[in-house]
Design a binder for this molecule. Structure first.
Ligand code: IMP
Length: 419
């Protein structure tokens, strides 16, 4: 199984870090293909917590790691993570695509300015400059890692782009003054420090696959936040879907062997936008507190609700998922009843396909199938030891999605896993 794609099937925060960590232990290389430091992965190894925003998680295990061209990279954040690893005695074996776009200070300013302008219609972004950086990539104003390490190219690009960005900042009334020379000096220094990692990663990743090595393509966020397939415009600006792995690393679609989808046993979402199964009652509170549903990146409380299988079935279809890893099953422990949403009801009709229209989605009401809850799954490592009700819950999910569940996570640490 040399080329494995691992993605989130919901609105991000599915607990991908732990599952990635597991697959990474069997891989030769882990490559990130989209997103930036809007993501946050927490990995717990031997009781120690590691938080990353940019660095692929396999780095702790000494794996080769790649930041692909589909990522947007904030150099100061990456340098901090490199320093953090060094303090732990880990020297990352990192390669960064020379085509990766760089998040610049004006991207962060514009992210905030756009959100302010939207007021109560805001997206609820992480404020890290992700959207404006991807927008520049598409508008061909982007500064790429290849430019960052080439002072002349960096200077020329900044001369061209900064006046345009200043005009935009002024139009937004954001009150910031850009200093092109200061930006140049700061970013040229980042370029000098990161230069040794920058390369054409398409050569490297494809050569690993030529040698039958295993590469894990690690997704950030989740497909319901995909810029095309998610709940647009309440999405991120990249492609967290499996297809993003190809475009975000320069590996042809025919080379991939397997797609693993990570699905949390319930639904969460940060930021704005419709969420049909959201719970604002005591059960929602239980999920927030027991699931520690606070963002790794922004610390925001996540919105929680029952598992939305309408969204999950759509996600399985567009990603052609081979197997599912269920996370945080133990968070449902102790609930008398648990519920699954297989269809929505909208304007008196039943809908089983996730709608693209937000107007329709916001009118959708979940139709629930109620099942008996269970006492405890926390820490269980053998499938046979799971309570029958928990098995019924998992079977109902797998049957509805028509995808096998091959991994079940029953706690945050690496050991609390059923294969
Ligand atoms: P952005 O990616 O910062 O532009 O934010 C756009 C939307 O994606 C917001 O609703 C964010 O809360 C959400 N988002 C971005 N990254 C993550 C993530 O890693 N987990 C969950 N939600 C995210």
């Amino acid at each position: 199984m040399p080329a494995i794609i691992l993605i989130g099937l919901q609105w991000g925060d599915e607990g991908k870090g732990k599952i990635t960590d597991f697959y990474a232990s069997r891989a030769d290389c882990v490559a990130r293909f989209q997103g930036g430091n809007n993501a946050g992965h927490t990995v717990i190894v031997n009781g120690k917590k590691y938080k990353f925003h940019l660095m692929p998680s396999g780095v702790i295990q000494g794996k080769e790691v790649v930041i692909g061209n589909g990522v947007v990279l904030d150099p100061s954040v990456l340098l901090e993570e490199i320093e953090m690893l060094r303090r732990e005695g880990i020297e990352p074996s990192l390669r960064i695509s020379d085509r990766t776009n760089v998040i610049m200070p004006y991207h962060r300013i514009l992210d905030g300015a756009e959100e302010n302008l939207l007021g109560d219609k805001k997206i609820g972004t992480t404020g890290r400059g992700i959207g404006p950086c991807y927008a520049d990539k598409i508008s061909r104003f982007g500064i790429r890692m290849g430019d960052l390490i080439d002072e002349q190219a960096l200077r020329e690009k900044l001369e061209r782009v900064v006046p345009i960005k200043q005009a935009m900042i002024d139009a937004f009334n954001a009150g910031e003054k850009l200093n092109a020379e200061k930006i140049f000096r700061e970013y040229a220094e980042y370029g000098r420090r990161l230069k040794k990692y920058v390369t054409d990663t398409t050569l490297y990743v494809n050569s690993l696959l030529d040698e039958d090595k295993t590469v894990l393509f690690e997704g950030a966020q989740g497909c319901m936040l995909d810029i095309d397939f998610g709940t647009y415009p309440y999405t991120t600006s990249s492609h967290p879907v499996a297809g993003g792995a190809s475009i975000g690393t320069g590996v042809g679609p025919k080379r991939f062997d397997k797609v693993v989808g990570v699905l949390k046993a319930y639904t969460t979402r940060v930021g704005e936008g419709p969420m049909p199964t959201e719970l604002k009652d005591a059960v929602g509170g239980h999920l927030v507190e027991k699931g520690k549903e606070y963002g790794t990146t922004t610390g925001r409380k996540r919105r929680c609700g029952w598992l939305d299988l309408v969204a999950a079935r759509y996600a399985c279809r567009i990603n052609y998922v081979d197997e599912i890893a269920i996370t945080k099953l133990d968070v449902l422990d102790g609930l008398k009843k648990v519920k699954l949403c297989k269809i929505y009801e909208c304007d008196g009709e039943e809908i089983d396909n996730f709608p693209s229209s937000l107007a329709i989605l916001s009118r959708c009401k979940p139709v629930y199938e109620e099942m008996d809850g269970w006492e405890k799954t926390e820490g269980i490592k053998n499938y046979d030891e799971l309570p029958e009700q928990a098995k019924d819950y998992l079977n109902a999910i797998s049957e509805w999605l028509d995808v096998p569940i091959n991994i079940i996570s029953t706690g945050p640490s690496r050991e609390e896993t059923i294969m």
